[in-house]
Design a binder for this molecule. Structure first.
Ligand SMILES: [Zn+2]
Length: 356
């Protein structure tokens, strides 16, 4: 079967030098596994880290791809709930299922946790024709959800759901600020906050602000402006004034970091929450501690989520309340082009997919 493989790390981000289409042996299921024909797979930033061999030296030869959707073609003898022919999508968080974190319902805190298609291998990921996963690491796709929408959602929808629902525990009526609303996690973040009855202010570059409003954001702000945070404060004043409340936001959905971090902290109400899952513009952010202790702010980290949360997200996709935003679709043969587009990020809105 056909697979997108690399045997060495990239030294210059010119991925066309290392990515090759190879013919490799078709996998057979272990007793607890399902084997499936990949119909659609989504790109993630961990594909880039894998090819660079930094910050982790991942196993070689390597097949990337953490989010894959497809049709089951064989199952192991211990598989209980999945049948041949089922439409499934990966839940790429491979945890031990035995440790105290796992059995406490926090599989994302498992010390043995591995991200499928990134840390796994050799030759075990989603960018190929046929792949395999433990039964516990796949979720059935609702009948009315397309393979492409499922592949785009997988890890990204899960990350956003866990940040807002699992960690920040958003409530109806709250004012939620979604930073980077046009990214994969941002597009789901806006829709999840709306699903929960929140008022949403989302940020992006000026060319994408209309798209944020189309997704359901109540307000869209250009966070490249020096004083973007003052605009957010003005909006919060308008919202809170009729109720005599102190202006500010209740929850910030953060994955940008860098110089925005300190400005974000000034926007939080007393007792409010900021939940972060990334730092695309820099991890070495300055923090004004007065903003934290004086206002009793909660700073929450978040990564991945649980299989049950992914199922909840897919339920709401089947109800038409959450949709995937797909930027573009490439064949596996044009993978280096697709990865270059993700890396550059210019004009990107939503997820990039590949098909074998
Ligand atoms: Zn564990």
């Amino acid at each position: 079967m056909k697979a997108l493989v690399y045997d060495e790390y990239s030294t210059d981000d010119n991925f066309s030098k290392i990515l090759k289409i190879k013919d490799i042996e078709e996998p057979k299921p272990k007793p607890n596994e399902v084997v499936f024909k990949v119909k659609s797979a989504a790109l993630n930033y961990d594909d880039i880290w894998g090819m660079r061999g930094k910050p982790l030296a991942i196993p070689l030869p390597h097949i990337s791809g953490t989010d894959a959707a497809g049709e089951v073609i064989s199952i192991g003898e211990d598989v209980k709930n999945i049948k041949i022919g089922d439409r499934i999508v990966s839940h790429g968080n491979l945890s031990c299922r035995i440790c105290s974190a796992c059995t406490d319902g926090r599989e994302y805190d498992c010390k043995k946790r591995q991200i499928w298609g990134f840390e796994t291998g050799p030759l075990w990921g989603g960018f190929c024709e046929i792949t395999h996963l433990p039964e516990v690491n796949v979720v059935k796709i609702p009948d009315n959800v397309h393979f492409d929408d499922a592949a785009a959602a997988s890890m990204t929808l899960l990350t956003s759901w866990h940040m807002l629902v699992g960690r920040a525990k958003i409530q109806p009526g709250q004012l939620v600020l979604v930073m980077g609303g046009s990214s994969g996690v941002g597009t789901y973040g806006i829709q999840i906050a709306k699903l929960f009855g929140c008022t949403v202010i989302a940020t992006a570059s000026p060319d994408k602000l209309d798209k944020l409003l189309d997704l359901g954001a109540d307000y869209a702000i250009d966070h490249r402006k020096e004083n973007w945070h003052k605009e957010v404060r003005e909006i919060s004043k308008k919202i809170t004034k009729p109720f005599g409340d102190i202006p500010g936001v209740d929850v910030i959905f953060e994955h940008i970091g860098g110089e925005h971090w300190n400005k974000e902290l000034t926007l939080l109400k007393y007792g409010a929450t900021i939940v972060t899952t990334g730092a695309t513009t820099g991890y070495d952010a300055k923090t004004d501690l007065r903003q934290i202790f004086f206002k009793g702010i909660n700073i929450l980290g978040s990564t991945q989520g649980t299989r049950a949360e992914l199922e909840q997200g897919f339920y709401w996709m089947s109800q038409g309340k959450i949709r995937s935003i797909i930027d573009s679709v490439y064949p596996l043969e044009r993978a280096s082009e697709a990865h270059a587009k993700m890396l550059e990020g210019k004009g990107l809105f939503g997820k990039i997919l590949m098909k074998p």
